[in-house]
Each structure stands twice: as structure tokens, then as C-alpha cells.
Design a protein around this ligand. Structure first.
Ligand code: KG4
Ligand code: ZN
Length: 354
């Protein structure tokens, strides 16, 4: 299965061989990040992203196939992210996939980007549903029960910014480069996490939702009060921010674990998976690992290259769907919004990323 990913600022193509349930092999996995294209703007510019996908995608697809030594006729299907994401970029990947599938007479699978993240532990850890998933990236912040392929129960989501976005905005505010997550983590290592008193939004609430807008505003106020900032001030602000985020993540995930225990009957299934770019953060991982130990859960983090956006997760999700006979027609549209659980009641305040 060939998988194509173009929903944000990574152009990616990969070939994955599915050998059975929760069994797959990555034959090639090529990701081209567009960091330099967007760095000057301090964030992803949709129009620039779409044009960059157009420029490199056909070369990446050819490379992904040639690395496997397979011919087009040996593939069993073509999958592409059809949403949610930036429409211009999604269209580039989707049209490319449809064109290949049409020209080669191969099945086409439209993949939900969130489902691709959600199913990754099947490929990386051989993990079968049900499991609890914390998805934290630049575009998404959700807690989900993965009951089965196509059966997702969203327990909580962000009501405003995604967590990666909050890291990126914090970095920008403090004069650190984009993408901000790794920079904030690096600076935080030299900082005092208790120096600045920052809020822990929604902590203790019954539903495991998130909110980061207030935290960002509080941080801006502290930064303005202490301006001009010394290197130590920046480090202390980063450490205090990461500490507040950690407290929130642990509290919200603990709440979701309690819900998972109520809703999933079989108590042998006690697995928490964290995925998305923010899962690369070692401090947050350590705190989640501690939580899992306390709650008697097994903690899974896919390797960083498969936590962030990539084509292998799209190919794997496509292969899983194809194995159940789930393919799509060429009329399948690109979707800016595409919730994993369309039947759930809409959340008041939840942004387009929900
Ligand atoms: O999953 P991803 O590559 O793309 C999206 O789908 O958004 O996630 C990128 C996000 C960025 O916001 C980036 O700042 C954040 O993940 N990130 C981190 C770290 N590494 C990447 N956030 C916190 N700590 C990190 N070490
Ligand atoms: Zn993603």
C-alpha cells in the first residue's frame, strides 16, 4: 500500500506491507518537512504549504516506490489523507493518489489523518484495540478511546489552541525559532519550573477537555512584566510553561483513564498511547509514564518519526481499511474538518481543529 500525506507542512510518501492484523512492515518512508519555507512567518502559511507539496510530491512518490524495488503493479492500493487539514495541501495529495489509482487500476482509500495517527500503534507496537489515545500535535489535542477500526470515542478535545500550537506561540513570544516545541523543551531544561505562577486551565473538570489560550495569555503578561528578558528569564518562563502543561496533561489523562475503565469491559486492555509531534517532549513523556505506572497502564509511544506526520501511518491506515474491503470512489472530497466520531455532540467552543 502506498500512502501519501500532505495535510499540513510535511510532504510524505511511504510504502507499507500489511502481513496480518497488527502486523506490517515499512518498506519505505520519505518525509520532506517544509520548515525553511515557513520559518520566516513563525508558522505554517497554507498557500505556501500547498505550493511546496505540488513541487515535490511526484518526486517523493517515485522515490518511495523505487526504494522498495517494487513495480506499480505489485502495489495493492493507493491511500492518501483526505482530511482534516489545510485544504490546498490535502487536495494535492488526494488528486495525486486518485490519478495513480485511476491510471494503474488500483483500489483507492481516502484516509482520515486522525485515524492514521490513531492506528499507528498497530504498526509500531502490534497493539490491538481497545486502547486510550492521547493525540497531541500542532493541529490536534484529543483524548480518544480506539475501540476498533472506524470506532472512535472522543472523550475530550481542546476548546481553543492545540498543544503544539501553544508551544509554538510561546516560543514565538519569547523570541525562539519555529517550530517552538523542541526549543521550549531545550530552554526549559535550564529553567526554574516554579518561578512563574501560571494557570492550569480546566484542571479538575469532569470532562477531560483542554484549553491553552488562557495559559498563553498569562505567560505573555509575565513576559511583558519582566521585559527585557534575560536568558534565565526565558528559561524560567519555558520551564514554568512546561510544568503547567504537564500538570494539565496528567490531570486530563487521569480523568480519561477513569472513563476508559468504566467504558471498556475487558480489564486486560490497559494501554495508553501518546502520539503527535508533542509526544517527542521527554518531560511530558516522563510524567505520562509515571501516571501509567500509578494507574497500572502500559505506556506506548511510537518512535518520534512515526509520531509526527508521515506517509507510513497513512499507508498503514489504508491497508487496514482495504483488508476490511473499505475502499473509496474518486468522488471522495477533501475535507477541512473530519471528526473521528461524527455522531458525538458538538463541543461548544471547540475550534476547527477538533
Ligand atoms: O504531529 P506534528 O509533526 O504535526 C502536526 O500534525 O501538527 O506536530 C508538530 C507540533 C509542533 O507544534 C511542534 O512545536 C510540536 O509538535 N513539537 C513539540 C516537540 N517537538 C515537536 N512540542 C513540545 N516538545 C517537543 N519536543
Ligand atoms: Zn498530524
Amino acid at each position: 500500500m502506498l500512502g501519501i500525506e500532505t495535510s499540513c507542512d510535511e510532504t510524505a510518501a511511504a510504502v507499507v506491507l500489511r502481513t496480518g492484523p497488527q502486523q506490517g512492515k515499512i518498506l519505505s518512508n520519505i518525509v520532506r518537512a517544509q520548515l525553511d519555507d515557513h520559518a520566516a512567518y513563525g508558522g505554517v502559511v497554507p498557500e505556501i504549504a500547498a505550493r511546496a507539496h505540488v513541487e515535490v510530491l511526484d518526486v517523493l512518490v517515485a522515490q518511495a516506490l523505487s526504494e522498495t524495488g517494487l513495480s506499480w503493479d505489485e502495489l495493492d492500493g493507493i491511500a492518501a489523507t483526505a482530511g482534516p487539514g489545510l485544504l490546498g495541501g490535502v487536495l494535492v495529495g488526494l488528486m495525486t493518489a486518485k490519478a495513480i489509482a485511476s491510471a494503474r487500476g488500483l483500489p483507492f482509500v481516502a484516509v482520515n489523518h486522525l485515524e492514521a495517527h490513531a492506528l499507528t500503534p498497530g504498526l509500531t507496537d502490534g497493539l490491538a484495540p481497545p486502547y486510550l489515545l492521547l493525540l497531541v500535535s500542532g493541529g490536534h489535542t484529543q483524548l480518544l478511546i480506539v475501540h476498533d477500526l472506524g470506532a472512535y470515542e472522543r472523550l475530550g478535545t481542546t476548546l481553543d489552541d492545540a498543544l503544539g500550537e501553544a508551544f509554538d506561540k510561546t516560543a514565538k513570544l519569547l523570541g525562539l525559532p519555529y517550530p517552538g516545541g523542541p526549543e521550549v523543551e531545550k530552554c526549559a531544561a535550564d529553567g526554574d519550573p516554579s518561578r512563574f505562577d501560571l494557570p492550569r486551565p480546566l484542571m479538575g473538570r469532569e470532562a477531560p477537555d483542554f484549553s491553552f489560550a488562557g495559559l498563553k495569555t498569562a505567560l505573555r503578561r509575565q513576559a511583558e512584566q519582566h521585559s527585557p528578558l534575560s536568558n534565565q528569564d526565558v528559561a524560567d518562563l519555558c520551564a514554568s510553561f512546561q510544568q503547567a502543561v504537564g500538570d494539565v496533561i496528567v490531570d486530563r489523562t487521569a480523568t480519561a483513564i477513569n472513563l476508559f475503565e468504566k467504558r471498556v469491559a475487558s480489564m486486560k486492555d490497559r494501554n495508553l498511547v501518546v502520539a503527535g509531534g508533542v509526544a517527542a517532549n521527554q518531560a511530558l513523556r516522563a510524567r505520562l509514564a509515571q501516571l501509567c505506572e500509578k494507574k497500572n497502564f502500559v505506556f506506548h509511544v511510537p518512535p518520534a518519526s512515526l509520531c509526527t506526520d508521515n506517509g507510513a501511518m497513512v499507508a498503514w491506515a489504508g491497508a487496514e481499511r482495504l483488508s476490511r474491503g473499505l475502499t473509496d470512489g474518486f468522488e471522495f472530497p477533501a475535507r477541512a474538518r473530519w471528526p473521528l466520531d461524527p455522531d458525538a455532540a458538538p463541543k461548544i467552543g471547540a475550534g476547527v481543529k477538533a
